[in-house]
Ligand binder design. Structure first.
Ligand code: UGA
Length: 423
């Protein structure tokens, strides 16, 4: 069992700390945010993640896990995972200041011959800056990107598609991969730069894939084909794969948009034109617009004075994260064209944008609505009985931008049902 320290207890750091503790390692989690440390130390999760609070409580009780806001708690650790944020700078590049500051601080503290593992998403070759800031010849710097999806982070940690570790010294990379105790999972041991790039190239590929999926959905609508059948038919080709083929109101979240922009900056800095990245970003905005166009078309081509009942605000289901949420992008466009928006989300109860009215219940959200628009695929929405809301709405029109409701159920209750990419 190893002594592991985790710097930063955001969504990546907390998942990493808790899951390593669950594997039997002795883990300390550090964060500068005292309130967060107090909450975590009391056994409660600070992120919306299925099963997280249970695992925290269990491992606190087992004494495999502890949290603190004095950086000295990591002094005895053999492996220190850097999980601080790399937010987007004004020019789209990744801001490395938290990573560099942490590396500089750790340089004064780390145990002799320990290993610093960068898990934060950092641009290719940032590891060289980490080595310089750390300024410790005895400490190996290993790049170990994460592939955790919000909402299924714990499951992804224990069932990864692959583990990627990069280091100038393969034996150090191997030690880090061994911490995961995944004997059946493919491990890619490579150099630091390649490990860093695997992360950006993967996220950006998925974003490009989704932009293409959304454009095919638009084409299906235009030619009278059914996007569900077209995309599932494509997915049966093992070279394409059936996952990440669901059309939606656009892709968002704290990772894809930021990572696509940052990779574009890296490419530009190296005189490489990754034009597909720009195309994917532009296409995503077109998808936001197309969803708004669909609503407008159903309401006599005008949204002025119309009330739209929006279901879902988070960037996808099973998270409380609204960062770069396509739902917000679509809502802003609806409001921009003169509509009023009343929204309901199972976890979001307040929002900074005071132009968006948040309903306490789905029923309240439906009152006098000119149309219902589904933007996030919460399971709660599948369970809604159309009979219970059909007398609340003004018009029985429902537009399912996520293609996940039962069309026949809604049609049988007298609704006009509009999918995304099919008639
Ligand atoms: C993404 C990656 O999937 C993770 O592998 C990665 O570790 C993470 O970013 C990160 O860099 O930290 P996440 O942002 O949690 O994970 O969200 P995803 O589940 O990938 O979804 C991203 C967006 O694509 C969401 O808006 C989602 O609704 C949309 N999406 C996804 C679709 O519209 N259709 C799909 O078929 C799949």
């Amino acid at each position: 069992m190893a002594n592991i320290g985790v710097i930063g207890t955001g969504y990546v750091g907390l998942t990493t700390a808790v899951c390593f503790a669950e594997l039997g390692h002795s883990v300390v989690g550090f964060d500068i945010d005292k309130a967060k440390i107090n909450t975590l130390s009391s056994g409660k999760s600070t992120i919306h993640e299925t099963g997280m609070s249970e695992l925290i409580s269990k491992n606190l009780a087992n004494k495999n896990l502890s949290f603190g806001n004095d950086i000295k708690i990591i002094q005895e650790c053999d492996f220190i995972f850097l999980c601080v944020p790399t937010p987007q700078d004004a020019d789209g590049s990744a801001d490395l200041s938290y990573v560099i500051k942490a590396a500089r601080d750790l340089g004064q503290l780390l145990k002799k011959n320990s290993t610093l593992v960068t898990k934060s998403t950092v641009p290719v070759n940032a590891w060289e800056d980490v080595v310089a800031a750390l300024n410790r010849n005895d400490v190996a710097v290993v790049s170990n990107p994460e592939f955790l999806r919000e909402g299924s982070a714990i499951e992804d940690f224990f069932n990864p598609d692959r583990i990627v570790v990069g280091c100038v010294d393969d034996s150090k990379a191997k030690l880090v991969s061994d911490l995961y105790k995944q004997t059946d999972v493919e491990t890619i041991i490579t150099d630091n730069s390649s490990a860093e790039l695997i992360k950006y190239a993967s996220n950006s590929f998925l974003a490009i894939k989704l932009s293409y999926v959304n454009e095919i959905a638009a084409l299906c609508e235009a030619v009278g084909a059914n996007a569900k059948d077209v995309l599932s038919g494509m997915g049966k080709d093992s070279r394409i794969g059936s996952r990440f083929l669901e059309p939606g109101p656009g892709w968002g979240g704290s990772c894809f948009p930021k990572d696509v922009r940052a990779l574009r900056v890296t490419a530009e800095d190296n005189a490489i034109n990754l034009s597909l990245l720009t195309a994917a970003l532009e296409s995503n905005e077109k998808t936001h617009r197309r969803i708004v166009d669909k609503v407008e078309k159903e309401l006599s081509n005008s949204l002025i004075g119309k009330i739209i009942s929006v279901w879902g605000l988070t960037f996808k289901a099973n998270t409380d994260d609204m960062r770069e949420s396509p739902a917000i992008a679509v809502i802003e466009r609806l409001i921009g064209r003169g509509a009023s928006v009343v929204a309901f989300d199972p976890v979001i109860k307040n929002i900074e944008n005071n132009k968006i009215k948040i309903a306490k219940t789905l029923e309240e959200c439906c009152e006098s609505a000119d149309a219902i628009l589904i933007l996030t695929e919460w399971n709660e929405f599948v369970k809604v009985n159309p009979e219970s809301i059909k007398n609340l709405v003004k018009n029985k029109i429902i537009i399912d931008a996520r293609n996940f409701l039962d069309k026949d159920l809604w049609i049988n209750s007298g609704f006009k049902f509009i999918g995304n990419g099919w008639q």
